[in-house]
Design a binder for this molecule. Sequence first.
Ligand SMILES: Cc1cc2nc3c(=O)[nH]c(=O)nc-3n(C[C@H](O)[C@H](O)[C@H](O)COP(=O)(O)OP(=O)(O)OC[C@H]3O[C@@H](n4cnc5c(N)ncnc54)[C@H](O)[C@@H]3O)c2cc1C
Length: 384
Amino acid sequence: MTGYDVAVIGLGGMGGAAAYRLAGRGLRVVGLERFGPAHDRGSSHGDSRIIRQAYFEHPAYVPLLRRAYELWRETERASGADLLTITGGLFIGPPDAVTVTGALASARQWGLEYAYLDAAAIARRFPTFRPGPDDVAVYEPYAGYVVPEAAVRANLDLAAAAGADLRFGERVTGWAADGDGVRVTTAAGAYDADRLVIAAGAWAPGLLAELNLPLTVERQVMHWFQVDDPAAFAAPGHPIYVWEDATGDQVYGFGVRPGDTAAKVAFFRRPNATDPDHVDRTVHNAEIAEIRDHMATRIPGLRAHAAATTCLYTLTPDHHFVLGPHPARPNVTIAAGFSGHGFKFVPVIGEILADLATTGGTSHDIGLFDPRRAFDTPSPLSRP
Ligand SMILES: Cc1cc2nc3c(=O)[nH]c(=O)nc-3n(C[C@H](O)[C@H](O)[C@H](O)COP(=O)(O)OP(=O)(O)OC[C@H]3O[C@@H](n4cnc5c(N)ncnc54)[C@H](O)[C@@H]3O)c2cc1C
């Protein structure tokens, strides 16, 4: 035995946070990552990630979000990095849109501060937006964004400072667990530990094949546009937004971050299944035209297309996470299927993974994410 307490496969958003939390509790941790620190081949890159509490996906996320906000600030203090910016957030759509009704349900159930705005009020308070006559919005003052690359680096630096043995450029080719512990195999060798955390993002289906989880990996595109009025678009004054149309299609976006010159916008989801090892990284003209046309009437101050990049989602049918003990291997904990909305939770997922890997349980309510659930309730926002 090499004498590790815990091995972590994958040092992206979730695995990096788990390594930090575990090493911070005094455990001997080895982390294995196939690429470099804070790389752009997985799901945790692209300058910004929305964070919000009036959570339209399900009210059960709200307590986790409250803890995530605390831990984002704690990670900032510990690392000295600037990670979380509060801008306020608009969840826009027809009154019966999931983006609106779901945000309202979470805000009311948990007593969150919010304002309900009609189209005229949206346009008056937020002049870069041109809502349709039937659009309404839930405005949440504590929404904002986190910075994925800086956050991944902060967690990895903190993990290393706490003594974690982090190995990059080392791809895990297999793992095995029995009553004595776990063995993780890479091209370079084998690592023995008492327990294992698997946080492999888009590569989870391969590493968790025996569980047959209904995970789909999708290629998504983020776009950046120049703006006509940098002052009007400047974050933190400009809110983040999620905007649903009458067909249930959602786009989301940000103002222009300090130091940047362009505003990021993306469709929340474009069904486009891919193999994470063979992703089409080219962004095509038709994709640029589609989002430009979609935004032209909604935020006309977005001008020339400035940049675009691809990123991977790992979706479950109900769009809820897969988080808990491996159903067949009690010394293995799994974190997967973050379904395009996991980054804002990174520090609290790290805490939960550390709880599960050390005690087998957690005081956080993670019932919604049970890896053994039936997965038979499709998300109201799912598209074929
Ligand atoms: C375009 C886009 C926009 C998004 N917007 C938001 C948002 O606004 N708000 C939000 O909250 N979330 C958002 N998300 C989702 C969020 O970013 C993801 O849920 C989160 O990054 C997932 O983290 P992860 O740790 O599971 O995956 P990753 O960060 O990809 O980490 C998995 C790691 O495992 C490594 N790995 C895999 N297999 C192996 C192996 N065999 N050996 C060694 N290492 C391995 C990978 O290299 C990778 O580094 C967005 C995602 C995308 C793609």
